[in-house]
Design a protein around this ligand. Structure first.
Ligand SMILES: Cc1ncc(COP(=O)(O)O)c(C=O)c1O
Length: 366
């Protein structure tokens, strides 16, 4: 407010953290979190908007290759986005949208089944879009293997990292997806609607001709204000930007990423996270076996902070247990149809929180 009062429009270029390049202050720390180079990352828009912008570039259906593979239980916004991309390109979701689902009686996807599904659709696949961490089960997907399988059949590959960023270590540059997108209001703590992240792999940057939706914020910074009509893309992921950076939605991300830097980044956080979930496993096994099950894979390679719990104790209802947790001020989440999602977060939760949580859960389950 002070800046607007004193500088007005000059705030774009003057003072501390000027507005025009504001997103640039986020590129390096964000790139460190996702294992990318700063030129591959841009903070802009919301997650679903970014998925659309990136699919405009990387979903290029032709009659011989038009399918998109997603997981059957994809987050609804991703499902709607993919379906509408198919329709607006003149194809039919009944033929072009294919899904991979857990085997009967299983909750999570077997990594080999995902790869097999990609191979099965093979040369029909234009795009594989998968999550980094599945929102319902907390399963960490075999991201490198998915990218590899998609590329082997000649498909593009995108990742939705909403539940992965700030939760598990990521190596986007080396794994090589064509694109990725994520929000900043889960493990990155930036508040609902805070600006989202996008990644475009280096091989698609620079002068590579690419279908893309354009706006003036993607235009070369040196000549942007010459206001001519010839679009010259910034040779980084910033070329996908359409509009001015929303400063009010980005300021919390600056603060959040500073906290991640102070904590030493993902490596020490992951080390603590692994110890926390193992301690939680131990307490649940010891005190609630046969009464509360976790559907999240047990294998550390397939999980981050999240545990998705199901109440299986006879005569006890999941919603009642969830209500009791809320009454005791435990912050967790009910996900339809019957999962309580909890996440001991290494940045701000303690081992004592975990102990307290299990004590409250035990009392609620009876
Ligand atoms: C996996 C996933 N995809 C998409 C979204 C939608 O995000 P946005 O509202 O920022 O578009 C969410 C939000 O929680 C999500 O978890």
């Amino acid at each position: 407010m002070d800046k607007w009062a004193k500088l007005g429009v000059r705030g774009h270029f003057e003072g501390d953290r000027p507005w025009a390049p504001f997103h640039e202050f986020l590129s390096e720390p964000m790139a460190r979190l996702v294992g990318a180079t700063p030129v591959e990352v841009v903070v802009m828009n919301g997650l679903t908007v970014n998925l659309h912008l990136l699919m405009a570039s990387f979903y290029r259906p032709i009659p011989e290759r038009h399918k998109i593979l997603v997981e059957h239980h994809a987050f609804p916004s991703d499902h709607y986005a993919v379906e509408s991309q198919i329709v607006t390109r003149g194809f039919d979701p009944a033929e072009s949208l294919v899904t991979v689902r857990p085997r009967d009686g299983e909750e999570t996807l077997r990594p080999a089944d995902i790869v097999a599904a990609i191979e099965e659709h093979g040369s029909d696949l234009a795009l594989v879009l998968m999550p980094g961490v599945q929102y319902y089960t907390g399963q960490v997907m075999p991201m490198a293997a998915i990218v590899d399988a998609a590329h082997r059949v000649g498909a593009m590959c995108g990742l939705d990292l909403a539940h992965a960023v700030g939760n598990v270590p990521l190596e986007l540059h080396d794994w090589g997806p064509d694109f990725a997108a994520w929000c900043t209001y889960k493990y990155l703590n930036s508040g609902p609607g805070a600006t989202a992240g996008a990644f475009v792999h280096e091989r698609h940057l620079g002068t590579v001709p690419i279908p893309r939706l354009h706006g003036w914020w993607g235009h070369d910074k040196e000549t942007r204000f010459e206001m001519n009509n010839e679009f010259v893309p910034i040779p980084t992921a910033e070329a996908w930007q359409l509009s001015n950076a929303p400063i009010f939605s980005m300021a919390p991300i600056v603060a959040s990423l500073q906290v991640f830097e102070e904590a030493g980044g993902m490596r020490p956080l992951r080390e603590k996270s692994e110890k926390m979930v193992k301690y939680l496993d131990y307490l649940l096994d010891e005190q609630l076996a046969g009464k509360v099950d976790s559907i999240t894979p047990r294998d550390m390679d397939q999980r981050g902070c999240q545990l998705s719990l199901k109440v299986v104790a006879e005569g006890t209802s999941g919603p009642d247990v969830f209500a009791a947790l809320q009454d005791a001020d435990v912050e967790c989440d009910w996900r339809h149809p019957n999962v309580i999602r909890i996440a001991p977060v290494p940045l701000y939760n303690s081992y004592a929180d975990i102990y307290r949580f299990v004590s409250i859960l035990k009392e609620a389950v009876g």
